[in-house]
Design a protein around this ligand. Structure first.
Ligand code: C5P
Length: 253
């Protein structure tokens, strides 16, 4: 279970900490993303670290090198275990973030955070990318961006579990692959796409029908680990389950 990272996608501290308490003894790694961080700020990270938990700060930095470096320094100062940035930010920004994070961690006498590059969001479809003028298949784009991450000395990438095997084969077993877009047919809210295939349905295709799943390149937890993922990130299949602890335990059952 130490390779499962639960996404604390809430807009308030109380709900986030309630889930952490509920999953106590089962899950020790949590992801603080845009919704929670924007709602409650860095204090939530300090709180989780004070409880001895691991934190993946998922803010997907995407800016000029100086700004990304300062954000990386701040993330290292908070003591996060992993943070990420967009590979489209460019090589200079990636290297600057890594150096700044390493220096800050050394100042605090602790190991540097792992830095992951974001390739292509698992909610993106090939059609969407072609529409922007990028005439390149998603798997190839993922590989090109991953190559940039490797060259810049990052620790790994966030990528669909469907790309994990190819990434490991090309960039080595030590290069981390962390995968969101995990789905199962057994757990979670009914709107979710089934695991194991590319879900071509566009987000909110029929607004009258209610919520659609925005993840399009999904696998089950077991399939993801079998494909070589080092960590999986799971949000709604657990946070929206009637019994989140049971949902976590069922992920690997
Ligand atoms: O609810 P669900 O299981 O789809 O949550 C996936 C989590 O992983 C969300 O918090 C989302 O922000 C995050 N994530 C993602 N794709 C990435 C990086 C992070 O879905 N490329």
């Amino acid at each position: 279970m130490d390779r499962i990272i639960i996404a604390l996608d809430y807009n308030n501290r109380e709900d986030a900490l309630k889930l952490v308490e509920n999953l106590s003894g089962v899950i020790s790694f949590y992801k603080v993303g845009l919704e929670l961080y924007t709602s409650v700020g860095p204090e939530i990270v300090r709180n989780l670290k004070a409880q001895g938990l691991k934190v993946f700060l998922d803010l997907k930095f995407f800016d000029i090198p100086n700004t990304v470096a300062k954000a990386g320094q701040a993330a290292a100062s908070l003591g996060v275990d992993i943070f990420n940035l967009h590979l489209l930010a460019g090589r200079e920004a990636l290297v600057a973030a890594k150096e700044a994070a390493q220096e800050e961690a050394a100042r605090h006498n602790r190991p540097a955070p792992k830095i992951l590059g974001v390739t292509i969001l698992t909610s993106s479809s090939g059609t969407e990318w072609r529409e922007t003028g990028l005439d390149c298949a998603v798997p190839e784009l993922v590989m090109r961006l991953t190559e940039r991450a490797k060259e810049a000395g990052l620790d790994g990438v966030v990528a669909s579990a469907q790309d994990a095997a190819a990434i490991k084969e090309r960039f080595g077993q030590d290069f981390l692959v962390v995968s969101p877009g995990i789905r199962s047919n057994n757990v979670g809210a009914p709107f979710m796409a089934p695991a194991g295939r590319i879900n071509p349905t566009p987000t909110n295709v029929d607004e009258g029908k209610g919520e659609e799943d925005d993840q399009k390149r999904t696998l089950s937890a077991k399939e993801a680990f079998a494909a070589g993922c080092d960590y999986i990130v799971v949000g709604r299949p657990v946070t929206r389950a009637p019994d989140p602890k049971k949902a976590c335990l069922e992920l690997l059952a």
